[in-house]
Design a protein around this ligand. Structure first.
Ligand SMILES: Cc1cc2nc3c(=O)[nH]c(=O)nc-3n(C[C@H](O)[C@H](O)[C@H](O)COP(=O)(O)OP(=O)(O)OC[C@H]3O[C@@H](n4cnc5c(N)ncnc54)[C@H](O)[C@@H]3O)c2cc1C
Length: 524
């Protein structure tokens, strides 16, 4: 075929939303994904023995989430395509992530997005995601809540002690000041849902939609400012896929891959393109390069801090990949219920820290077990992330083989970011009950000690949470229609165009993709 109206590169949450909506609008749409199957329904068969004979792969079972850090089964990207731990499979990182699914507050759009992307402009996109993508704060199909001892101690601490409000979090998405509740997950019927189970299925029902897996795009084939198609390797064979004259290419490879694809297509910072060219990795002549220094710039991820908390009132729970406790295994297999119906997080909470005219979001998420040096049966882990409004950024960089990765060590480059996160911890520590003991930092630490602790890298601090975003920003790298600046028909729609959000990013990425489709279709 040479007459695609839209070629979408990458089947992560953004690419799937774009491909579904473009095909629904009558566009002949091709979705290319370099990885292979994930959920059982897509042909994924990687799983532990206890799932044999079921219609479940490891991806379908929320409680197997953490096993991704020890066994990958081709769900994550191989080392010869990217220098990061990230998903290369149908669904992208939504096939390997924890499934936390929080609608970002209106303030994220109003404060950090350009005109046309303010919260009032996003309402229809939000409604579309909410209508199509199920989520729940009660994932177990029997309607019971499991592993609640950690929730109860956190509630005593934060709601009774620190005056947080207990909310159903996606019922009140704009309430992120002193807000606490059960995590929301994009699961349905006790199984992982997400765009592969929703948007991709409606796209696959349409005759004008084609999905090809195992297809790695190496660059955009372009003539000057016009994309003609993409160069791709399918089953070891290199080929060029071309489009209809009015066709469009949408890069949805995620915040590391999409900037890299632009650079490999001769679009980026001239210094980067010069390096690529001198190592023989860029065949275009300098006269064909497009100067866009915002490609790959201001890459964001949330800095993470682990706080280990011990209480006699807590019973911790550690998930097993191969051998869950018999009762929990049976509860899951027979009823899609119990601890394996969710990915170990038992509560989530937020507050904003005011710094002059700036506001920084901070999130806490409590896991069912301890970590690193503190793994006894009465310990749980609080992950604290800095979120929206942070000002420390890295860059997408290409190594000598042209593979993308992130610059390291950029968290807290702006010292105000450490002050915000340290202040958030200090504030909640003022209400810590005596029954709850922090094990890896003293409860009576001063604000200054906490700021210094969070910004000194260790096993517990300075961690990366793999929420890469913001590396090809609206109005800088792409215009407000998500069109790459300097190009006529090349777009980027994925985490790259999303500003640092107050919440875990997937819900916001899907909203952004819905909004991008509205804007792109309006160009017709
Ligand atoms: C372990 C982990 C846990 C996480 N937990 C959560 C969570 O609980 N909640 C949350 O909201 N977020 C979470 N995240 C982050 C979230 O999943 C990502 O931010 C989100 O999936 C990014 O969406 P995306 O569409 O931009 O890209 P991705 O999800 O990265 O998808 C991009 C897809 O494009 C494909 N691709 C890239 N380049 C090419 C190419 N050249 N040719 C063909 N295909 C290509 C990739 O293989 C990939 O499948 C987590 C991430 C990880 C890794």
């Amino acid at each position: 075929d040479h007459d695609w109206d839209v070629i979408v590169v990458g089947a992560g949450p953004a690419g799937i939303v774009v491909a579904d909506r473009m095909s629904a609008a009558g566009k002949k749409t091709l979705l290319l994904e370099q990885g292979g199957p994930s959920y059982y329904t897509t042909g994924g068969r990687a799983r532990p023995g206890w799932l044999n004979g079921t219609d479940l792969s490891r991806v379908d079972v929320p409680g197997l989430y953490k096993a991704i850090f020890t066994t990958q089964d081709n769900l994550t990207c191989p080392a010869d395509v990217v220098n990061s731990f990230t998903g290369c499979t149908l669904g992208g990182c939504t096939a390997i992530n924890a499934g936390l699914f929080f609608q970002p507050p209106a303030s994220d759009f109003d404060l950090y997005f350009p005109e046309g992307w303010k919260s009032a402009d996003m309402q229809s996109a939000i409604a579309k995601v909410r209508a199509k993508q199920p989520f729940t704060d009660l994932p177990s199909r029997d309607g019971k809540r499991y592993l609640q001892s950690g929730y109860e101690v956190a509630k005593d601490w934060l709601v009774d002690g620190a005056h947080y409000d207990e909310l159903r979090l996606n019922d009140k998405p704009d309430r992120k000041s002193k807000a606490f509740g059960h995590p929301e997950f994009n699961y349905e019927g006790g199984q992982r849902s997400g765009p592969v189970k929703t948007y991709l299925q409606s796209a696959l029902d349409r005759p004008n939609f084609t999905l090809v897996t195992g297809a790695r795009v190496t660059r955009v084939a372009r003539e000057g400012e016009t994309a003609k198609g993409v160069d791709v390797i399918i089953n070891g064979t290199e080929m060029t896929l071309t489009m209809a004259a009015s066709g469009r290419v949408v890069l949805s490879g995620g915040a590391l891959f999409s900037p890299s694809l632009l650079m490999h297509s001769g679009i980026g910072d001239p210094e980067v393109l010069t390096n690529l060219s001198s190592s023989g990795l860029l065949i275009l002549e300098p006269s064909d390069w497009i100067n866009n220094t915002a490609v790959g710039d201001k890459l964001f991820d949330n800095p993470n801090t682990f706080i280990e908390l011990q209480s006699p009132n807590v019973t911790s729970y550690t998930y097993s990949y191969d051998d869950p406790p018999t009762a929990d295994r049976d509860l899951y297999l027979n009823e899609r219920s119990g601890p394996y119906s969710f990915a170990s997080e038992t509560s989530a909470f937020w507050d904003f820290i005011e710094q002059g005219d700036d506001t920084v979001g901070c999130q806490g998420t409590i896991d069912s077990s301890g970590a690193i040096d503190f793994t006894d049966n009465h310990t749980i882990t609080l992950n604290v992330y800095g979120t929206s409004g942070l000002r420390s950024f890295g860059k997408v960089v290409l190594d000598s083989n042209g593979l993308p990765g992130a610059t390291s060590g950029f968290f807290y480059n702006d010292t105000r970011d450490a002050e915000a996160v340290g202040t958030f911890i200090y504030n909640i520590f003022q209400a810590l009950p005596t029954s709850l003991t922090p094990l890896n930092i003293a409860r009576n630490s001063t604000r200054e000690e906490l700021i210094s602790w969070v910004s000194t890298p260790s096993s517990y601090t300075g961690g990366n949470v793999l929420h890469w975003s913001s590396s090809c920003r609206l109005e800088e790298c792409v215009d407000t229609d998500t069109k790459v600046i300097g190009m006529e028909n090349l777009f980027v729609v994925d985490a790259s165009i999303v500003m640092p959000l107050t919440t875990n990013p997937v819900f916001g990425i899907m909203i952004t993709a819905e909004r991008a489709v509205e804007r792109i279709l309006d160009l017709d």
